[in-house]
Design a protein. Sequence first.
Length: 263
Amino acid sequence: MMNPFDIASPEYASVRPAYPVSVVDQLVEMTRRGLADHSAGKSDLAGEQRPRIADIGAGTGKMSALIAERGICVEAVEPSEAMRQQMSEALEERSPCWRHLIAIHDGTAEDTGLPTGSVDLVVYAQSWHWVDEELASHEASRILKDRGGIGVVWNQMDVSIPWVHRLTRIMRSGDVHRPDKPPSFSSQFTEPVLGLVNFEECITPEDILRLGTTRSSYLRQNETGRARMQDNLRWYLYEHLAYEPGKPVTIPYMTLMWTAHKR
């Protein structure tokens, strides 16, 4: 199957929302707790050991960058060459004081290429719905240290609001991850626990149009299909909702984060 992000939109990094601070902080805290548990009573680990997180399906590095800013080493695994290139370019523009903490790898959730027992946490930000759950769970268990954790994170527009729901339908954005539908991590992990965070993103109608070009449904379309999707968005934003060009629009979002631990 073709990976639509092999032809990833150059707009992806600039218009996709970042992850809430509280979500990233919770992942980092999970990592540090897991490292402390793993190190307890082991004299060879008594020194200053830096935690390590595998960001699977890292895309343009949004989650990887936020984690590295907190002093955590990141193994960023991404199968799309186009996305890896965007990630590398985006990270080069950031402060070099933590850029060295991120290593970029060509790999998949099912075959990361990372060493066995090498990371404290595995995170899938906007990527779990692309994986084979059984194979990805097995690979996550393999690369995790004892007592390591797993986290699945989704940013999505709050489709409980009617106008937002219609917007996502026009964009065919796939914002359908539900709080009552946890990911399946297999018996190698504890039962997943859900955390929910609501936030808002203020962007212009033009940015919403650009956001539409980053969706896999858009990238898979031919030129006619892409033009139709953009025309429908323009009608909805400028005519139906009467938003003014260049004026900020507040988009309500929610972040779902499912976490579990290796048994």
